[in-house]
Design a protein around this ligand. Sequence first.
Ligand SMILES: Cc1cc2nc3c(=O)[nH]c(=O)nc-3n(C[C@H](O)[C@H](O)[C@H](O)COP(=O)(O)OP(=O)(O)OC[C@H]3O[C@@H](n4cnc5c(N)ncnc54)[C@H](O)[C@@H]3O)c2cc1C
Length: 395
Amino acid sequence: MAPTSSTFRADVVLVGGGLANSLIALRLKALRPDLSVVMLERDRRIGGEHTWCHFETDVSPGIGGWLRPLIVHRWAGYEVRFPGHQRSLETPYLAITSKRLHEAVITALGKNVWLGASVSEVSPHQVTLADGRRIAAATVIDGRGPRRSRSLVLGWQKFLGQGVRLAAPHGLTRPIVMDATVSQLDGYRFVYVLPLDATRLLIEDTRYSDGDDLDHADLRAAIAAYAGEQGWTIAKVEREEHGILPIALAGDIDAYWREARAQVAEVGLRAALFQPTTGYSLPDAARLADQIAALPRITSAHVRTCAEAHSKAAWRKRRFFRLLNRMLFKACAPDQRYKVLERFYRLGAPLIQRFYAARLTPWDRIRVLVGKPPVPIGAALGYLSETSVIEDRTA
Ligand SMILES: Cc1cc2nc3c(=O)[nH]c(=O)nc-3n(C[C@H](O)[C@H](O)[C@H](O)COP(=O)(O)OP(=O)(O)OC[C@H]3O[C@@H](n4cnc5c(N)ncnc54)[C@H](O)[C@@H]3O)c2cc1C
């Protein structure tokens, strides 16, 4: 229950109880137990409705260690399926559920988690709630999810997933991270399947699209049809989750940060911290949480400097991923996009691991580009520079 007096004080206020702020809360509680940390979340639970996955190789062993209590499923490897080939890879794949994250944050912060607390104004040392309550703090961290901006040019990975219980065991032992043998619709389409237990699956229909509209009814029907084709009878749809994730094509990260309110630290997707080709943000969020908790002084200004520097450095280092994304979204016909991924998945397993971890070496980059490209060369040349896409959009 949130306090009822109109002004409250804390050392750190986390605005938004999503993934990034939850990881920060857990790290602050573990490493800086002297600080009073309050989390404000407008919904009735922390973390919304999510299954967050990552490859074990996406994070350092140290981060893997402190994430371990949050891991609900661990699979020894995964599969991909394309019209031209299918493959099993041995990289472990891990899942955190929003239910587990909620429990962990509530255990760590107790009554300092305010649920149903919608924030209307955020400034460096004060947060105002929609009901007029205020909290003063040395540190305010804004993790309210993505911020729309003209400074970033994005495509979209959009999906709807259903947690289903089947009438009989499915027989899968590892996730199918991409089943692109399905008909290609609305860009690059694939189905993602996580085996949760012998009869339960998370089945997601995913599209890499130019537009950010998501037709829920259409994707539900597509999931039912896919399950039918696999010979699975759905006894019950137990839960649903959906997302429209940013895929970075180009942008001006300095301009993006100039749009943020001075001295307020933005984190998570709001800090443009995500793997540019998947839109996944968990590894970046975990790294930033570690960095923030290790700061010698934790104030709004120090956390802002840290988050901004981390975001800008990641954005600059990931230029190559944006180039690949432009090839995928701009140079390639939507129904041919699957060929880019099909070809990518013929490359060596260590390179694929480094790709997902956004840590490609110069030699990896050459390997990704050499050979017969699945996109027309003429079209590809037109999208080599980021400015061409930015100018296209502003024309
Ligand atoms: C369904 C789904 C599945 C995903 N799966 C993966 C995955 O497998 N792996 C991965 O790495 N990434 C995944 N992502 C991408 C990304 O990691 C998530 O979107 C992640 O939750 C982003 O973290 P965040 O903290 O930036 O934002 P969020 O987790 O979205 O948190 C923002 C929070 O702020 C709250 N909020 C917003 N406005 C206010 C306000 N005014 N007052 C109070 N609270 C407010 C929201 O209710 C929300 O809880 C997934 C995304 C979705 C949507």
